[in-house]
Design a protein around this ligand. Structure first.
Ligand SMILES: [Cu+2]
Length: 150
């Protein structure tokens, strides 16, 4: 009598244990396989834009101190130079020599700049050096500079 109960209980426990073991233990067999990254992916470098033949442009700013910065710029042939007047007074940026302004006629497109104004020269198509000055202050070294066209 008691032995039968015990054996029955034992059987039930064994069944429950196996069931638990089965439920919990299964599913752990999938070892994650790391994806082998393709061995043949040679990345082609992006095409280099522009072969350096792009015409440069430069900006010369008349600052709050009333002098040009930078005073010398170098551009490629065909480039242009923009003058920005951030000074509190007007300036008349002109080609050398003073007062004829005949060296670099491209500068004539800049000319008189009120405070806050900016204007761009014509294309500098010839390789040379163009000096400039403020026509109203031709002796002010702070407003003189050079544009080197190469
Ligand atoms: Cu002048």
């Amino acid at each position: 009598m008691t032995k039968a109960i015990w054996s029955g209980l034992a059987a039930a426990i064994v069944v429950a244990a196996t069931a638990a073991a089965c439920g919990g233990g299964s599913g752990g067999g999938s070892t994650p396989t790391s994806p082998t990254t393709g061995g043949g992916t040679t990345t082609t470098p992006p095409p280099t834009t522009g072969g350096g033949t792009v015409t440069d442009s430069a900006t010369i700013t008349i600052g709050s101190t009333g002098s040009v910065s930078p005073s010398t710029v170098t551009i490629n042939r065909g480039g242009r130079v923009t003058f920005v007047n951030n000074h509190t007074r007007a300036h008349d940026m002109s080609s050398d020599p003073h007062p004829e302004h005949t060296d670099c006629v491209e500068m004539a497109a800049v000319g008189f700049l009120n405070p806050g104004q900016s204007r761009t020269s014509s294309n500098f198509n010839t390789a040379r050096t163009c000096g400039f000055h403020d026509h109203n202050e031709p002796d002010n070294a702070g407003l003189k500079g050079r544009i080197i066209i190469q």
